[in-house]
Design a protein around this ligand. Structure first.
Ligand SMILES: Nc1ncnc2c1ncn2[C@@H]1O[C@H](COP(=O)(O)OP(=O)(O)OP(=O)(O)O)[C@@H](O)[C@H]1O
Ligand SMILES: [Mg+2]
Length: 258
């Protein structure tokens, strides 16, 4: 029997790609609570690693630590072999745009007082040296890429559906051409059909850009659909990391939904 394309992709990615992220013995306490206990794992370029665990097990704390939004008490976070925790401000500012996070509470990701176009233009203005016209056409390109229409740019976040908000957040994030995205429960607030659309979009973006995902979820079915491997976390420590044979490629997911 012929191996499914996703699996082929996985084995190629795992044999040939260098490690993008290596997390080594990350530990963190909040007063007496041991939130992370010597957490170690690595991610290769273009890979999706799932992080599964019950509420309070430390998933978001890991994600936020990798984005340098939390300071671990000890451990290393290597990005292409260099420890993010030891980088100086200049080095961080160069790496920072390449590391992006989709936050667990999507409503906190877009400024409610800003039109979608201003939220999407913001990182382009800060990080890219583009003219007004270039920003405008780049925004239109990004909107097409995530399946939104140009008129969505004129709206405020409260005028978008949950799925449209996630698409707008993805447009903002991918404008910076990230190498690594932590997606913290990106679809848990959405109903099943919209959830599937967003998962397909994320996989398509991975197909197009070779971005690496750490995909956090308490829903194993979601993780099995999109992850190459799944890490199981309990009370701040990784119990096992297993290969996922059930991953379906973006193309297969599209076919299944037709
Ligand atoms: N800033 C903080 N101060 C004190 N305790 C914290 C802080 N942030 C997280 N915690 C605690 O750390 C533990 C892990 O939290 P975390 O948000 O990482 O869990 P999670 O696995 O993402 O849970 P969920 O599935 O509910 O999102 C929890 O017990 C939480 O209460
Ligand atoms: Mg969480």
């Amino acid at each position: 029997m012929q191996a499914p394309p996703a699996q082929k992709q996985w084995s190629v990615a795992n044999q040939m790609s260098p490690q993008l992220i290596e997390v080594k013995s990350l530990s963190k306490d909040y007063s007496r609570l041991k939130v992370l206990q010597s957490v170690s794992f690595s991610l290769k370029e273009n890979e999706t690693l799932g992080l599964f665990g019950i509420s309070g097990s430390g998933k978001t704390t890991i994600g936020r630590s990798l984005m340098l939004l939390e300071k671990p008490d000890s451990g290393e976070i290597l990005f292409r072999g260099k420890d993010l925790l030891k980088m100086n401000k200049k080095e961080i500012s160069l790496v920072r745009p390449k590391l992006q996070m989709i936050f667990q509470h999507p409503e906190t990701s877009l400024n409610p007082k800003m039109k979608v176009q201003d939220s999407i233009a913001e990182p382009l203005i800060i990080h890219k040296n583009l003219s007004r016209e270039e920003i405008h056409s780049e925004m239109k390109r990004l909107m097409r890429l995530v399946g939104l229409r140009p008129e969505h740019l004129e709206r405020y976040p409260h005028q978008l559906s949950g799925g449209e908000i996630q698409r707008a957040i993805l447009a903002r994030i991918i404008s910076l051409e990230p190498k690594f995205i932590v997606a913290d429960e990106p679809t848990s607030m959405l109903d099943a059909s919209v959830q599937a659309q967003i998962l397909r979009l994320m996989m398509k973006l991975q197909n197009d850009t070779e971005v690496t995902y750490l995909f956090i979820s308490h829903d194993l079915d979601v993780l099995r659909a999109v992850c190459d491997r799944i890490a199981y976390i309990e009370a701040g420590s990784i119990k096992s990391i297993e290969m996922n044979e059930e991953k379906r490629s973006w193309a297969e997911q599209v076919r299944d939904s037709e």
